[in-house]
Design a protein around this ligand. Structure first.
Ligand code: SAH
Length: 374
């Protein structure tokens, strides 16, 4: 018998932590709210657009560089709208400079991580939505320490804006300088911090100077499968890609690998995913970590194939990144190839995720900042 971890009720955890949220930042607000705030500070409303253009448009975060603002106003506006949210503790690079991981300290000492990945045709940032995570998936490093707190909207957005600035400086080898993609696949369960994550998505996709101007289609929100939140997301009128961390096609195994499955079963979570696809026209990305002798059997490939045949879905197999002390390992390549072959034979589009960032513990499921800080 397997002992299943108990999942903390997320809304309670979030409520009790509200006090720890950071000071307000312009990325928490839409443009009209920024204008109202600037007027309250006794400045003309157009200053909101000016400071937003620096932050979102030019990726400038140091008030000293905002020379079109009168010096006195500059400091007052920066104090009110641009408090420091993320203090870099460590930045690491690997894959010949194409992957960089940033470890940040937040205002209350919490640590979170983000990863920047350059490819010949795009630049992707993987961002965190919570400090820690309450979902307790046993193969994921972040899941081991539990949830510390939700991130604010601006703490989420600022990871992308900061790293967009790093990309723009040209340091990401062999990649274009402009950030194009954001994936919510860092620390945390995005749909457990629903309101702030949705606001962050809106800000990332609003055209500058209101936001960062990304295409909604280039933003991916990944979830363990919080069914009510998935259904709510479908009603938001957003064209973001939904990634579902399935990891097993049967309830018996998924109850263990993704404990929230004890609440919402495979059939329910897939039904919510298909409704999202029908509503948005967007293909669902099915995430499946390949774990040796746990979920990689040919019969599970066939069962997964039957569940997905004819659906608007793509399978992303992720070679397991073993976490420290884990009893699990990645599937052998031959087993992985057979799994892919069976899914494709069932007509299911399937790829194997590249394993960027392994040397810097920046690969999927390796983000565990609390351990790094020791
Ligand atoms: N909470 C969200 C997003 C965070 S993780 C979710 O679960 O979807 C992003 C992806 O990495 C998820 O699919 C997650 O299951 C996967 N992952 C976690 N730990 C991993 C590991 N050790 N090896 C490979 N993938 C892992």
């Amino acid at each position: 018998m397997t002992t299943l971890p108990v999942i903390a009720p997320v809304p309670d955890a979030a409520r009790s932590r509200r006090a720890a949220l950071p000071p307000r930042h312009l990325a928490d607000l839409d443009l009209p709210a920024r204008q109202a705030l600037v007027r309250e500070l006794g400045e003309p409303a157009f200053r909101a657009k000016q400071i937003s253009t620096h932050y979102f448009g030019r990726l400038v975060r140091d008030p000293a560089g905002m020379t079109d603002l009168p010096a006195a106003a500059r400091d007052r506006l920066a104090d009110a709208l641009l408090p420091t949210l993320l203090t870099p503790v460590r930045e690491m690079a690997c894959d010949d400079g194409a992957t960089r991981k940033a470890l940040w300290r937040l205002h209350d000492g919490s640590l979170v991580e983000s990863v920047l990945m350059g490819y010949p045709d795009r630049v992707t940032v993987c961002i965190s939505s919570q400090a820690g995570c309450g979902m307790a998936c046993p193969f994921c490093a972040t899941g081991q320490a539990g949830l510390t707190r939700n991130l604010s909207t601006a703490e989420i957005v600022d990871q992308a804006v900061y790293l967009a600035g790093v990309a723009a400086s040209g340091v990401v080898a062999g990649a274009p300088p402009r950030l194009s993609h954001v994936v919510f696949m860092g620390m945390g369960e995005p749909l457990a911090n629903y309101g702030r994550v949705i606001a962050a998505v809106r800000r990332l996709c609003a055209p500058a100077p209101e936001g960062l101007g990304l295409s909604q289609r280039h933003v991916t929100v990944s979830t363990v499968g919080l069914v009510p939140a998935m259904r709510r997301l479908a009603e938001e009128d957003l064209s973001v890609t939904l990634a579902l961390s399935l990891h097993a096609p049967d309830d018996e195994l998924r109850d263990e690998l993704v404990p929230v499955n004890q609440r919402w079963k495979v059939a329910e979570v897939l039904a919510a995913a298909w409704d999202y696809a029908a509503r948005t026209g967007r293909r669902i990305s099915i995430e499946y970590a390949m774990i040796k002798d746990v979920n990689d059997q040919p019969w599970r490939a066939d069962l997964l194939g039957r569940l997905l045949t004819g659906r608007l879905a793509h399978v992303n197999l992720i070679p397991l990144n073993p976490t420290p002390g884990s009893r699990w390992d990645a599937s052998p390549k031959a087993v992985e190839r057979e799994f892919v072959r069976r899914l494709r034979a069932a007509g299911v589009s399937t790829t194997v995720r590249d394993t960027r960032g392994q040397e810097i513990d920046g690969a999927c499921g390796q983000l565990a900042a609390a351990e790094v800080s020791g």
